[in-house]
Design a protein around this ligand. Structure first.
Ligand code: SF4
Ligand code: SF4
Length: 150
């Protein structure tokens, strides 16, 4: 993947948008849409299977379908193009633009306290940025590109 494509896939915080459930071109949306399509009219069968197979798990199908629908309809274009739908208090996106950096580790103020993250996300941000700082963006990207984000 080229440097520009890597840049488009990662927020300035370093989190991998392409594997986010909310990303419109992401694998989670793609697989959810495929599964939804392949399940067709499973609603009717799920109802029947409760008694036919005597398996109560099929009672949960409507909730599962609702989740699949949710995953299938997400529309985020990623941090570099869109507003993040998850971390609404994030200050990093605008701040990195103001500081003319692609990632926080390139900023003279890093590590700062103006990211707007909660404790959990701050920890993750610090770990990611330090990895990129030590080994480079490409090396960090290679490490995460094939593993689940969650
Ligand atoms: S900007 Fe936020 S919501 Fe959108 S894909 Fe990236 S992490 Fe997910
Ligand atoms: S001031 Fe902090 S949040 Fe802003 S770009 Fe620098 S390191 Fe990132």
């Amino acid at each position: 993947m080229s440097h520009n494509n890597i840049l488009n896939s990662l927020g300035s915080c370093g989190i991998y948008c392409s594997k986010c459930f909310a990303y419109k071109d992401g694998i989670i949306k793609q697989l959810s849409s495929d599964l939804k399509e392949n399940l067709g009219n499973f609603d009717i069968y799920a109802e029947r299977f409760v008694n036919l197979l005597n398996e109560a798990v099929f009672e949960k199908y409507p909730d599962f379908k609702e989740m699949l629908n949710h995953f299938s309809n997400v529309e985020c274009g990623g941090c570099r193009k869109d507003e993040c739908k998850l971390f609404v208090d994030c200050k990093v996106k605008q701040c990195s633009k103001d500081h003319l950096v692609d990632f926080c580790f390139e900023c003279s103020e890093f590590p700062c306290t103006q990211h707007g993250f909660d404790e959990h996300l701050e920890k993750r941000w610090l770990t990611i940025q330090n990895k990129m700082k030590e080994n480079g963006v490409q090396s960090y990207f290679n490490e995460i590109k094939d593993i689940p984000r969650y």
